[in-house]
Design a protein around this ligand. Structure first.
Ligand SMILES: *[C@@H]1O[C@H](CO)[C@@H](O)[C@H](O)[C@H]1NC(C)=O
Ligand SMILES: *[C@@H]1O[C@H](CO)[C@@H](O)[C@H](O)[C@H]1NC(C)=O
Ligand SMILES: *[C@@H]1O[C@H](CO)[C@@H](O)[C@H](O)[C@H]1NC(C)=O
Ligand SMILES: *[C@@H]1O[C@H](CO)[C@@H](O)[C@H](O)[C@H]1NC(C)=O
Length: 364
């Protein structure tokens, strides 16, 4: 029973991939098309001078950022199509009581803004003589408006947690990268506006918590990997300089709606999670923990309980306490399996010890 459900999760939902270039010319619009994208986005690409020299870490971070923006463009493009063509699950009664005209106007602005984020990240790469990122094909684990918006909130939360770490990298990396800190700050705020909208649409408070959850580029990279159609990425994505972690799934509470590394916890309470992973133990018997990042707390490590291996397979099952009432923030919590018990000083130290994950948990 348990094994069956794991295998169902492992063969993810496949949605029709978005074809690039889009009708508006993205990702390589001609000058007239670019002007139209900027008009529809409500503003223009940054005019400040771009760095001419980037460190390897900065290149990887920008490549990840560009790819994540491509993913977001594909998502919002398809969401708009679903709504404007009245795909079942996206019809007027599904989006009620929202003002449908304003909803479409907002999503259209967001799609065009994301296009400029992607074009902007690639422009920085190209100015520093690096190849631009080209889009992959992505799958979206949703088939109705409600879940699509919850999903948008979740991946935006993950981006909001990752961008500050990339800003820190640009600030400390030397060279002529510091101006990127300002550009990323402007993108961070912009995505925060989007996130407030996604939350409001779901009748949640517009802002989740006083201090949002920080992350690591490695976690964003691994989450994105699970949404990319296998072998659909043109180079240089495959050469991105991030570690690949083992997949981690949530079994109970059930993932919602169908993305196995995505969990909505309805009650802001302590609970126990049933998790599954693929072969992180590798036959050994290490000292493992589940580590949570929530708000601006120090990482919280809890022991793995009831570790077991599904007979004749590489699937591992175990439990972990989810101690929300020990000071976690509403909104995003990131969970990973690490080697060791901690304590971990920050998200980067957690990422260095991570074996499997992340699972992204939304509370409230
Ligand atoms: C670029 O930066 C690296 C160090 O990060 C330095 O070794 C190299 O000389 C720089 N190149 C140019 C053209 O400034
Ligand atoms: C659009 O609708 C299709 C058909 O239900 C679904 O497979 C796809 O995931 C939806 N995309 C988004 C972004 O909601
Ligand atoms: C909207 O209407 C369709 C067709 O009448 C129905 O299948 C669907 O369940 C409705 N959606 C909601 C959220 O009520
Ligand atoms: C929740 O879990 C934390 C950490 O284990 C514990 O300190 C706290 O007392 C628990 N709260 C409740 C209400 O059970």
């Amino acid at each position: 029973m348990l094994l069956t459900s794991i295998i169902v999760f492992a063969t993810a939902v496949v949605a029709a991939p978005v074809e690039f270039p889009l009708p508006d010319g993205f990702p390589t619009p001609n000058p007239t098309q670019l002007l139209n994208i900027q008009k529809a986005a409500g503003g223009y690409l940054p005019k400040s001078p771009l760095p001419t020299n980037l460190t390897q870490n900065a290149i990887s971070a920008l490549q990840l950022l560009a790819n994540n923006e491509f993913f977001e463009v594909a998502f919002f493009n398809e969401l708009l199509t679903n709504i404007t063509t009245n795909v079942p699950g996206y019809c007027a009664n599904d989006t009620a009581p929202l003002n449908r005209e304003l909803l479409i106007k907002s999503l259209r602005a967001i799609k065009n803004q994301e296009e400029l984020h992607a074009i902007g990240a690639n422009a920085i790469l190209v100015n520093a003589k690096q190849p631009p990122i080209a889009p992959c094909q992505y799958t979206f684990p949703v088939s109705n408006f409600k879940n699509a918006i919850l999903f948008a909130q979740t991946f935006t939360d993950l981006a909001l947690g990752t961008i500050p770490e990339i800003q820190l990298l640009f600030a400390l990396d030397g060279g002529d990268e510091p101006p990127n800190v300002l550009t990323l700050g402007s993108i961070l705020a912009q995505e925060g506006q989007q996130d407030g909208f996604f939350r409001y649409v779901q009748q949640k408070t517009a802002s989740a918590a006083p201090f949002l959850t920080g992350g690591s580029a490695s976690f964003a990279f691994n989450a994105l990997q699970r949404l990319i159609v296998k072998d659909s990425c043109p180079k240089p994505l495959s050469t991105l300089n991030f570690p690949t972690f083992r997949p981690l799934w949530t079994i109970d509470p059930k993932p919602e709606p169908s993305w196995p590394l995505w969990l909505t916890v309805k009650q802001a309470k302590n609970t126990t999670l049933d998790l599954s992973a693929l072969d992180f133990d590798n036959g050994g018997s290490g000292d493992y923990s589940v580590v949570y990042l929530s708000g601006q707390n120090l990482p919280v490590a809890v022991p793995i309980l009831n570790y077991d291996r599904v007979r004749g397979s590489s699937y591992e099952t175990f439990q972990a306490e989810f101690p929300f009432e020990a000071g976690f923030a509403n909104g995003l919590t990131i969970a990973v399996v690490v080697l060791g018990k901690g304590p971990f000083a920050n998200a980067a130290a957690v990422a260095d010890a991570t074996l499997a994950g992340p699972v992204v948990i939304e509370v409230n």
